[in-house]
Design a binder for this molecule. Structure first.
Ligand code: PLP
Length: 400
């Protein structure tokens, strides 16, 4: 019988994927299921990006490139960091891999020794926990809630740091809450980090371009020069340019860390796809004006979803600053009974029941480290969102 390695024994395939797959199977059977679980934009990859990939294929750019990004790819990444974030990286301080997820994996594998700790504010994208575990580290959850806008406070950070802490992991705007850190939120955290020079900072800026209401996006390395030699700034083209299937993520950070990450990549996936790199260069170099139009469209959907959720008795939802998720509390409905006489004892029960009773798939907060809540991805049309929220409201009204 197959025995999995100890390092993955307790890990499973992402619960979000399992829920989405179940909902998709029901849909294929003919049920009118609306899936609000997926973490990807419903927009298409823009044409100029697709054309760059087609041209690369025709020009024979179909071979291995430099391990962690072609010189052109690295040039485009450095230009992006300089232009949009005010960060000046040398060529040996940037790296490209097959998605931000691989960049994270490379970084953790390259830096963690057995039992090193990584502080992760929760609720969070659970991938952080599992990658830390695979790399032999220990994820240290610091629970955050609505009262701080799901943001980590300086006091909570200070209390979580131990001599074994290697990294603080931050994600803004956040999956799953949509919360974002402004400059005034980062500054006190940076002060704590200055008191603990052994703690490095890893930031995941994946949703940088999806923010609302004039929110001013900043990234910590740009706020304080002293962070530059211990901060890894991660980003990617998946969400901003609707390129989730192309697989290209990148990062900027200290040269020693970047070259250690290249060692991990060299013995796992090698270079990212040459064709994808051509597409990503076009994305980073090309027109950026459509990003604001797409963010405006996401903002309208956010308002629709937040308003509809807050109108349901027993559900409360904070208005997020970015990304395309709402993270609402269903605490007020836990313990209630369905018309079939079934008691809903948890957020997992609530979400499973929503799929059965309303044909709407959403993800339980427990998947992200905060039970009593659920995540909606509103990266779908307003018509579909309106229908889904109408159904959720109808079935919740019938709960006793
Ligand atoms: N970071 C966050 C916060 C995400 O939510 C996701 C995807 O859901 C990723 C990174 C993954 O990005 P990529 O597609 O580049 O691997």
């Amino acid at each position: 019988m197959f025995r999995p390695a100890g390092r993955i024994e307790d890990l499973g395939v992402s619960e979000i994927l399992t829920i989405t797959a179940r909902a998709a199977a029901l849909k294929r059977e003919g049920r009118p299921v609306i899936i609000l679980g997926a973490g990807e934009p419903d927009f298409d990859t823009p044409d100029h990006i697709k054309e760059a990939a087609v041209a690369a294929i025709r020009q024979g750019q179909t071979k291995y490139t430099v391990l962690d990004g072609s010189p052109e790819m690295k040039r485009a990444i450095r230009d992006k960091f300089r232009r949009e974030n005010g960060l000046d990286f040398a060529a040996n301080e940037v790296t490209a891999g097959a998605g931000a997820k691989q960049i994270l994996y490379n970084a953790m594998m390259a830096s963690l020794n057995e039992d090193d700790e990584v502080i992760v504010p929760t609720p969070c994208w659970t991938t952080y926990f599992d990658i830390v575990r695979i790399a032999g580290g220990v994820p240290v959850a610091v629970p955050c809630d609505d009262s701080t806008g799901f943001r980590l406070t300086a006091e909570a950070l200070e209390a979580a740091i131990t001599p074994r802490t290697r990294w603080l992991m931050l994600n803004s705007p956040s999956n799953p809450t949509g919360s974002a850190y402004g400059e005034e939120d980062y500054r006190p955290l940076i002060e704590v980090l200055h008191r603990h020079p052994h703690v490095w900072l890893m930031v995941d800026d994946m949703y940088e371009h999806i923010t609302y209401d004039g929110f001013r996006f900043v990234t910590p390395a740009a706020l304080d020069e002293r962070l530059r030699d211990r901060c890894l700034t991660i980003n990617g083209v998946s969400k901003a340019y609707a390129m989730t299937g192309w697989r290209l993520g990148y990062a900027g950070g200290p040269a020693d860390l970047i070259s250690a990450m290249a060692v991990v990549q060299s013995q796992s996936t090698s270079c990212p796809s040459s064709v994808t790199q051509a597409a990503a260069i076009a994305a980073l170099d090309g027109p950026q004006d459509f990003l604001a139009d797409r963010a405006a469209s996401f903002a309208a959907r956010r308002d629709l979803v937040v308003d509809a959720l807050n109108a349901i008795d027993g559900i409360t939802c904070r208005k997020p600053e970015g990304a395309f998720y709402t993270f609402a509390s269903c605490e007020g409905l836990i313990g209630s009974t369905t018309t079939e006489g079934v008691r809903l004892d948890s957020d997992r029960d609530f979400c499973a029941w929503l799929l059965d009773a309303a044909n709407v798939a959403v993800v339980p907060g427990a998947c992200f480290g905060l039970p009593g809540c659920f995540r909606i991805s509103y990266a779908t049309s307003e018509a579909e969102l309106g229908e889904a929220l109408g159904r959720i409201s109808d079935v919740c009204r019938a709960l006793r």
